[in-house]
Ligand binder design. Structure first.
Ligand code: CTP
Length: 404
């Protein structure tokens, strides 16, 4: 049986004693715990206590340890299902949020890919300080999860927010994230991303401003949730999300061919690509010289990939995107009908600071019955998680329908 592993990061807070209970609760759920402590935490509790509880040597700072030991801890980063920091001080939250990696715990945070959960514990004023709130928001935008502290009597004698949440609540949230990290296991998702290029001659083309960031974020998130992911991508400068199968294309016709080839294999398609609607009817096979330039060149429509998928949809889930400049919701609703979609993600293409090329987006998620969900302006990573949550709801509804 594959045993799930959690790494528990323990910082210096009076509530440190609650970390022992957290270890016990994970163990009761048959989950193996490895503890990492900051140096300051060891002034409050001996690492030996956690080593005895977990049966695994507590890591404090292996940078001073043996080479072999360091290698083991790097490989540990690949094996775990959750990194929980409880109690987390304002200091460690600040380090994580700002990319400071000056001890083992902060370095470890930067080396992992599993879900991260942070349970802060600090004085009320420190918790509400703008800097701390800013750091927390930054981490939330990166996809880090938080268990809010509770209100009550604090070690400094004050009454207020900042008390570490109850161990039961922290572990419950941790277990939820561990199950969620595999919520699309067994599903195959095909995501398209980026622009297409429609060539006029071998060196010139018609294209658009799409950077591919939204589609890549969705592919990455689907992969993190355990899905097998095909990413059919137009030209971008982005790093391919680890674990996804990339298929690089240039033109709308190539995209159509690669998507149709895999359509029978997939359960969900997310067409985030900005497919060019037009192409040159007769592209030149050699570079067109200035002297021999034609007076005009005719353009014709490219295939509508998503419309074709809608015609042969079956039980698959189809998600489209709609970049609109006006009448956003009505135009998107028309596209849902024309292309037989389960959901469309619309954004205003003309709005500054979101959409094309930006790291941010603000979208309206539109259902076939006209229901809409508007998000606030967030990173494309955060938007991708909202979209995947909605897709999972549709998967759940379809499963229930097929049972009844
Ligand atoms: N799409 C597609 N093939 C095309 C054009 C668009 O598969 N040739 C997909 C896009 O990936 C997107 C959805 O259809 O998911 C809507 O694309 P959009 O450009 O907003 O709309 P169009 O259908 O092209 O209509 P119009 O340009 O007239 O708004």
């Amino acid at each position: 049986m594959h045993v799930k592993k959690v790494v528990l990061g323990v910082c210096s807070s009076i509530s440190i004693y609650k970390a022992c209970e957290i270890v016990r609760l994970f163990q009761k759920n048959s989950i193996q715990v490895q503890v990492i402590m900051t140096k300051n935490a060891t002034k409050l509790i001996s690492p030996l206590l956690f080593s005895s509880l977990t049966g695994r040597k507590t890591v404090v700072d292996p940078f001073q340890g043996e080479f072999q030991e360091r290698i083991e801890h790097v490989s540990l980063a690949k094996e775990i299902s959750l990194f929980l920091v409880a109690p987390a001080t304002a200091n460690i939250i600040g380090k994580f949020a700002n990319g400071i990696a000056d001890d083992f715990m902060s370095t470890f945070y930067m080396a992992i890919e599993c879900p991260v959960l942070i349970a802060p514990a600090m004085n009320d004023a420190m918790f509400w300080h703008k800097q701390t709130q800013n750091n927390i928001q930054k981490l939330k935008d990166f996809g880090v999860n938080f268990v809010d502290p509770e209100k009550g009597y604090l070690a400094c004698g004050d009454e207020g927010w900042g008390r570490l949440a109850a161990p039961e609540k922290i572990v419950e949230q941790g277990l939820f994230l561990m199950s969620k990290s595999l919520s699309l296991k067994g599903k195959t998702v095909l995501v398209t991303a980026g622009p297409t290029r429609e060539y006029m001659d071998p060196v010139r083309f018609l294209s658009n401003l799409s950077s591919g960031k939204m589609g890549y974020a969705i592919a990455d998130e689907a992969m993190r949730r355990g899905a097998k992911v095909y990413l059919v991508s137009g030209p971008t400068h982005l790093t391919v999300p680890k674990g996804t199968e990339i298929i690089k294309v240039e033109t709308a016709e190539e995209m159509e061919k690669e998507v149709l080839k895999r359509f029978d294999l997939v359960d969900i398609v997310v067409m985030a690509a900005a497919v060019s609607d037009f192409k040159f009817s007769k592209p030149a096979s050699k570079k067109i010289k200035k002297s021999g330039a034609p007076k005009s060149m005719s353009i014709i429509q490219t295939p509508d990939v998503l419309k074709k998928l809608g015609e042969r949809k079956g039980k698959k889930i189809l998600i489209g995107f709609a970049a609109e400049t006006d009448n956003v919701v009505q135009n998107a609703l028309d596209k849902i009908k024309q292309k037989n979609l389960d959901l469309i993600i619309a954004n205003e293409a003309s709005k500054a600071g979101i959409g094309f090329e930006s790291d941010f987006n603000q979208v309206t998620i539109i259902y076939p019955d006209g229901k809409t969900v508007c998000t606030k302006k967030q990173t494309k990573d955060a938007i991708s998680r909202i979209i995947l949550d909605k897709i999972e709801e549709i998967v759940g509804q379809k499963n229930r329908k097929s049972i009844t």
